[in-house]
Structures are given as structure tokens and as C-alpha cells.
Design a binder for this molecule. Sequence first.
Ligand code: PLP
Length: 309
Amino acid sequence: MGAGGHYKPHGFGCENLVGEHAPAPKGGSMSRIVYVNGKYVPEEQGSVSIFDRGFLFADGVYEVTAIVHGRLIDYDPHMERLARSLAEISMAWPCSKAELRRMHEELISRNRLDQGWVYMQVTRGAADRDFKFPKNNGSTLIAFTQVKNLLDNPDAITGVKVVTVPDLRWKRRDIKSVMLLAPVLGKQQAYEKGGFEGWMVEDGKVTEGTSSNAYIVKNNTVVTRPLSTSILAGVTRRSLFRLAQEHGIAIEERPFTPEEAYEADEAFLTSATNFVLPIVDIDGRRIGGGQPGPVTRKLRSIYLEEALA
Ligand code: PLP
């Protein structure tokens, strides 16, 4: 804090983005390297201000991009969606698109990441607490990697359970906002009932999963809700639509009820880190005899084929 009691912006600018690197930790186990406002630092040293508007107001947006064999999957559509999220909340890009891509690649390389994801978040920066946008304030940009074996996921073989929960979110779910309390509560409620995912329900219809898009299959046709402000336009959903069309798999875009889902031949979810994941149980009702169905398995395999190509 300055003498006047006002928070001073940190002065991070795009030009610093790839310039400053912390030395790689010596010996022993490697500490994860994270990115904070233009610097690469060991995770223990990665911190942001308590005045950050992401922390105080959830005034920020994010993206999660899967990594397979060290390569970014569907990176361009993730950045297109980031551009849209930023524009919808009148937030500037934190740096150039080229710098953002280099930052993703640098994190993968410095952490020797083979499989997992890169999480990145932009907020409207740190400033004295005031609901109105701060003037001439830099953004906060942070990113980190998480390791996960995405290819050999046992859930993809057995299928997972989902539990329906109320959709308590705001009305602009098309924006990938860091304001995730409703999905946190929904996922926890589902988890406590033995579910891997919660399917959120509004006005009697499934909107989407707490962190995934939702689908059922009936008579070989995939049914999923159309895009609107009620759901997030999943990047995996977009790829799935393209692949389904290429392989002659029909998709019908319309909302469906939990009751219709209980009677479905198959069900599945999509997200960047789960790809296409079969669902074999919804609210304790077995779907497709409790086994991942053929349409779901085919969609997962063609999605992975492209990701690995
Ligand atoms: N819907 C919601 C609410 C999500 O949070 C997510 C991913 O986090 C998705 C859908 C799936 O989007 P994507 O395929 O881009 O990961």
C-alpha cells in the first residue's frame, strides 16, 4: 500500500511476459513452475495480491487446455472462447495472443508435462475494493500445469455415475467466469451421493454438468442442449459436433429432462480434460445396462484419434 492508503498496481505489462524466468530448482524433486504476471517461479513463490479482483469479486475468466504427449489440444478454440469471455465482460487481453501461446508452451516445457492440462486465469487486476472497474489498472494473469493421465482413464472403461442437482448459477453461463461457487456446491452434492459429476437441472431440464456438457443417446441419435446463455459452449462439444458429422452420427440439439435421460440408451459428458466420458448411472438408474454404449465409445475413440494424430 502507498502512503495514501491506495493500492498501487504492479505495473505488469505484456512486454514482461516471456522475459523473466526463475532459475530451474536444483536437485531433488522438481518443484512445479507456475506463471504469475510475467514471471515463471516455483509454485511456493507464486502469489497474487489480496486486493486482486478475482479474489474479491470473482472478476475474471479462465481457460483449461488439455495436454497430450506435451501438445496442446484444441488450443485455438480455447483462445477464441477466451476472447469472447473477455469481450463480454469488457476486459482487455492481458498480452498478445502470441505471448499467451508461448506462455502455455513454456509451462509445458519447464514442467516437462506429458499429460494433464494448463489452467490460465485473467482478472481485472488488484485495486482498492470498489465494484466499479478500476481505471488504468493492469490485469492479473496466472497459469499453472496439472499432471493427469488423460489417455488411460479407468473411468472411460467403467463409465461414471452422475447425480442431478439444482442449477443455482447466474444467467450468463456462456462466459467462462471464475465465479464457480454454484458448480462447486453442485459437484460436492453429487460427490456426496456417489456421483462423479452433477447434472444441473433448471425448469425441469438438464442444462449441463458442473464442469462438462451433457448428452444422452436414443436410437443412435445424440441429444444435447443447444448453445445459449444457459450453458458454456464447450470446446470439446464443438470438436465432437464436427467429428460426429464427419462420421455420420446424428446430433439433435434440444433440452432433455432427467426422466428422458433415465430411459436413454446411453449417456456421456464432454470436457477438455475428460474428452468423451461414458455415463452408466443417473440418479441411481442404470443406463444402457450399466455399460458404456457403442455410440459413446465410438465418439471417444474418434476424438482421441484426432488428438493423437
Ligand atoms: N460446461 C461447463 C459449465 C464447464 O465448466 C466446462 C468445462 O470446464 C464445460 C462445459 C466443458 O467445456 P470444455 O469442453 O471447453 O472443457
